[in-house]
Write a protein that binds this ligand. Sequence first.
Ligand code: 2GN
Length: 475
Amino acid sequence: MTNIRARKDSLPLFKGVNMKLTIHEVARLVGAKNDVTSYADTPLVKAEFDSRLIADGDLFVPLKGARDGHDFIETAFGNGAALTLSEKEVADHPYLLVEDVLTAFQALAAYYLQKTGVDVFAVTGSNGKTTTKDMLAHLLSTSYKTYKTQGNYNNEIGLPYTVLHMPDDTEKLVLEMGQDHLGDIHLLSELAHPKTAIVTLVGEAHLAFFKDRSEIAKGKLQIADGMEKGGLLLAPADPIVEDYLPTEQKVVRFGPGAELEITELTERKDSLTFKANFLEKSLDLPVTGKYNATNAMIASYVALQEGVTEEQIGQAFQNLELTRNRTEWKKASNGADILSDVYNANPTAMKLILETFSAIPANEAGKKIAVLADMKELGDQSVQLHNQMILSLSPDVLDTVIFYGEDIADLAQLASQMFPIGHVYYFKKTAEEDQFEAMVKQVKESLGAHDQILLKGSNSMNLAKLVESLENEHN
Ligand code: 2GN
């Protein structure tokens, strides 16, 4: 057992954010319905919804994911939480009674933004939003204390999480905004009140919950809904956005023939050089692809508006590092579509991706296959938390499910009772035995050219190696 006293006496291990919001301040802000006067008004370090990440002085946020976070309140306090939000009474620990934990979490993030007075830059788009976000944050960081969305934390939970992990002296905050449903970006924009907003692209791939491209455009342009009058919106020259452009903000369009455009482009094996009509000189980038020139042009334009000089921009692009997309569509060598999501290893993330994958229209004459591997570090309840995924596995939608790991074995057993014979496979990965090669072989046998395949599991389960094998090998 951990000695809690010893931990409290030592210095906090977490060196990043310190929100400095105090218990009473948070209680007031979320409208806590219980009596908190007996709690010491101590500052909180950061907010976490995954009890595994709680450290001394943190606020626990028990969200309803695959499981109800309220079940993990004890674990959170065991890990050092100073306070929890809660929708019900909590015995023996400081808590704030609220109607809805997610709403309170979002309100807290909105308050923190207001209190810190940080400038918010919001980025959305079907493709390239992560790159544009990274490029803009990189350029702004030449001159300002800058913080940005990490990983895929771009939804109604991830965005407030990002905000509450921002150091309290941050000057510029670059937020990615994602949409699964119409209205998602409206909520995020109203929460964050961007000073500047960017829509990179209106795509059409994989419309799980959208009717058509116009509806996607409508959703993305909601990024302007929470902007102040006179804010700046950058949108593509694509006519699909025209019906949805705001009237109270400054709108700048980009693309061939538009207000911002690329005038010269040289592409090389692993770098490119481009010039834009508003730049004095051309810029070199250590990345490839025409779309990256566009992303860089947009980021440069916004950075210039913020007083970053062209020279600083040129220098900054020299040491640009881009984060890899966490969830990404890839192509198998046989033509199948791969939805690769091999990073977020928790039950909620697995449930969400299964549900999203299931809702995406199948390819013509194609089937859907899921490869699910162990989620690590789930503790005593690991098997039970894996088993819970049965609720998100539908034989009506998924043709074949392939399981790989150890704690996932019982789930494989449950699924085999639900799916037709020969449509569920299990391959072992234990300390003693690893059937990785056999698993890869089965995936290749099952995967047709028109199929879609989802890959999900903890990083250490090596599904990234499976993705690589599907992308590169001919079979
Ligand atoms: O999809 S997400 O990852 N998301 C994050 C935000 O940006 C976009 C993507 C996501 C994850 C979301 Cl949207 C919402 C939630 Cl609630 C989560 C999440 O972290 N869910 C988690 C769980 C659930 N359900 S984390 C987690 C870890 N927990 C198990 C359940 C769970 C570990 C644990 C295991 C055993 C105990 C305590 C904790 C235990 N306590 N055992 N005995 N007592």
